[in-house]
Design a protein around this ligand. Sequence first.
Ligand code: NAP
Ligand code: ZN
Ligand code: ZN
Length: 373
Amino acid sequence: MARTANDSLKRAAITLVMLVTAKAYSAKSQTSPLAPFAIQRRDVGPSDVQIEILYCGVCHSDLNQVRNEWHNTTYPCVPGHEIVGRVVKAGREVKKFKEGDVAAVGCMVDSCRTCASCQAGDEQFCEHFPVLTYNGEDKQLGGITYGGYSESIVVDEGFVLKVSENLNLAAVAPLLCAGITTYSPLRHWKIRKGQKVGIVGLGGLGHMGVKFANAFGAHVVLFTTSPNKTTDALRLGAHEVVVSKNETEMKNHLNSFDFILDAVSAQHDVNAYLELLKVDGTLTLVGAPEHPLPVASFPLLIKRRRFAGSIIGGIRETQEMLDFCAEHGIIADIELIQIQQINNAYERLLKSDVKYRFVIDMASLKTEATTQG
Ligand code: NAP
Ligand code: ZN
Ligand code: ZN
C-alpha cells in the first residue's frame, strides 16, 4: 500500500516536472561575467503560458543581483524582469491569451494570492513574499527562478500582462519594471496638475518618472549629476533641470516641492532633497543603493516632511500602466543591444551612461551555443 502511494507520488512528480531546455545568459558567481548557459523551464501547466522572449530590458537591479550587492543571490543567476514576447503555447485553462499574442512579464511570476495584500491586488507586498521573476523560490521546479535573459519563460497567466501591438515592443519592455516602479508612487501620491514634482537621476527609472509626472500634469524638475543630460531631460518632459552638484541651483528650490521621487542607484545625500520639500511634502525612494542612506532628523521635523519608499506595483496596476502608455503613446527611450554586449552594458550603467534603458534583442541569443552548468 505504502509502495503504491509512493509510486503514484513519484509519477505525479515526474508529470509535474516535464522540462523544456532554454538558452539563457547567467552569472556563475558574483565576480563572473554573464555567459551562455542552458536552463530548464517547466512545460506549460493548465493555467500557464509559454512565452518566446523577444526583448528584455536591463534594469540596474539586474546588476545589483548578479553582483550580490543585496547579499541574497543564488547562483547561477539569470537576471531580467522586463520581458516582452509572444505566446507560443497556452495551457488548457488559459483565458486571457492564445498562441501568437504579445505578452509581457515584469518582476513577479507568482504570489500566495490569498493574503490581504494579494487580495487587494498588491502582490508586490504579499505577506509571504511574491515569487520574483529571478532569484525567487521556484515552487514548481525547486531551486530559484530564472529571468528574462533567456529565449523563453513559462508563467501562470495571472502574472502575465497584455501589451498593445501598436507600440514599439522593444521600447515597451522597460515599462515592466522602470515603468511601473515610477507610475505606482506617482499615482499613489496623487500627482496632478498644479504640483511641483522632482525626479532625481535620469536613468531607466528616472526617465520614465519624468514622462509620467509630465503626463499627470505636474511641473517637473529633473535633478541630475550629468549636465550633458539637460537637453534630453527637457525633451523627455522635464520643465526645469537642476545639476545637483550646483549648490546655488539647489538653494533656488528650497521648501518648494510637493513630491520628489528619488531613483538614484548609488550613495547620495537624501537630506539635500528633503530640504527642497514644502510643508507635508514627501520624498519617496525607489532607488535601492547597496548601503544605508543617512537621514538627518531636522530636515524631516521642521516642516513635517515625509520620507517614504515604494517597490514596483501590483499586477492590476501594471496592466493599468501599460494601458495608459498605449493610450498616451508612452514608451521608454532605449538602446537596443545584442546579448553578447551585456557585460559592457553593465559597465556603462555604472558610469550613468545609458540613454535611457538598454534592451536586449533576444534574437541574438539564437546563435549562441549554450552549455548546461
Ligand atoms: P540606472 O539606469 O543606472 O539609473 C540610475 C541613475 O542614478 C543614473 O543614471 C544617474 O543619473 C544617477 N546616479 C548614479 N550614480 C549616482 C551617484 N553616485 N550620485 C547621484 N546620482 C547617481 O538605474 P535604474 O535601473 O533606473 O535603477 C535605479 C535604482 O532603482 C537602482 O538602485 C535599482 O536597483 C532600483 N530599482 C528599484 C525598484 C523598486 O521597485 N523600488 C525597481 C527597479 C529598480 P544622473 O546621471 O541623471 O545623475
Ligand atoms: Zn527592475
Ligand atoms: Zn500574498
